[in-house]
Design a protein around this ligand. Structure first.
Ligand code: ADP
Length: 307
């Protein structure tokens, strides 16, 4: 049964391009105030899933409801109370910061007067109060992202879609965006985001789905996924001939080893014997750490390059 109180509910979404099913049966149900992440290698179908949920692409099968509105029947109406931060900034370079907000707000049928009344708050949220009259070309990458995020709030949305919100930003700018997203979550906004950054997903998402080849291969809270899919401890071992060491000793001392270039990743419930053995191998360096979401991601989607 459809959960009318859920801001986003998608069932059995499918989309095929040129004989290839790029979304192959995706289900999503986002509770109010939840931050939900879509993770997956390049080409996994994340952006297409977002576009299906927004009614920008028609599915071959399945249903989507956004804030109780049937997206397939009424895509425009469904988008009225939704905010969108696309992967690429598409601010209008011919206009100033505040003009960009006004023009975008008109799309939602808001009067210029009402939009202008909201602009000081939006600019403050974006940390751009002093740049209201600035041209877009004079803004840094981080400022443009913050403005795009503020622009997505112009219609006071309950549900916000963010496609890779921090790709291309430096660490300072990423932390700033994370702070703003946390602020929106504290205001009980619901967020669906795609990301390639596992730390971003671990930090922000209440739950997430890992997508591969258009299918959801795992779904749950970050801690739950780590507990369910990965041994709790990891020892990364680097150095010359590390593969030979892995074959001879790593395999014996860890439950599972993965090889990637000059590194052996040893996964285990108890790393003490492994660490002790490595103390006698000064030519090898190692890092002993807790398992994280990236380990889950690589286990489920593999280490081969995509695209
Ligand atoms: P992701 O966001 O996970 O990187 P996408 O949803 O962008 O993945 O793409 C999934 C697959 O669908 C890719 O192989 C991509 O080339 C293909 N694709 C996406 N949009 C189109 C389109 N409009 N026409 C044809 N193929 C597309």
């Amino acid at each position: 049964m459809l959960r009318a109180d859920y801001p986003l509910e998608a069932r059995g979404l499918r989309k095929r391009y040129g004989g290839k099913e790029v979304v192959a049966g995706v289900d999503l149900a986002l509770a109010p105030g939840e931050c939900f992440g879509l993770l997956g290698p390049n080409g996994a179908g994340k952006t297409t899933t977002l576009r299906l949920c927004l009614g920008l692409t028609a599915p071959d099968a399945g249903s989507v409801h956004v804030l109780g509105v049937d997206v397939i029947a009424q895509p425009r109406r469904a988008r009225m109370r939704v905010g969108v931060v696309p992967q690429m900034d598409n601010l209008d370079p011919d206009f100033t910061v505040e003009e960009n907000l006004v023009i975008y707000g008109r799309y939602f049928g808001e009067s210029d007067r009402r939009i202008r009344a909201r602009i000081p708050d939006l600019l403050e949220f974006a940390g751009l109060s002093a740049r209201a009259k600035a041209r877009i070309s004079t803004l840094s990458g981080g400022m443009k992202r913050r403005l795009t995020l503020a622009r997505a709030l112009v219609n006071d949305p309950e549900l916000i879609f963010l496609d890779e919100p921090t790709t291309g930003l430096d660490p300072q700018a990423r932390h700033l965006i994370w702070g703003r997203l946390k602020q929106l979550l504290a205001e009980r906004k619901t967020i669906l985001l795609t990301t390639h950054f596992m730390d971003e997903a671990e930090r922000l998402c209440d739950r997430l789905s890992i997508l591969d080849h258009g299918r959801m291969v795992a779904c749950g809270a970050p801690r739950e996924l780590i507990g369910a899919h990965i041994e709790p401890q990891v020892v990364e071992v680097y150095g010359e001939n590390v593969s030979a060491w892995g074959e001879q000793h790593g395999r014996r001392l860890a439950e599972r080893c993965e090889y990637s270039g000059e590194t052996v990743f040893c996964y285990t419930g108890d790393a003490s014997a492994l660490v002790q053995a490595l103390e006698h191998r000064p030519e090898l360096r190692y890092l002993h750490r807790h398992a994280n979401l990236e380990d889950v991601f690589l286990k489920l989607t593999g280490r081969e390059l995509r695209d």
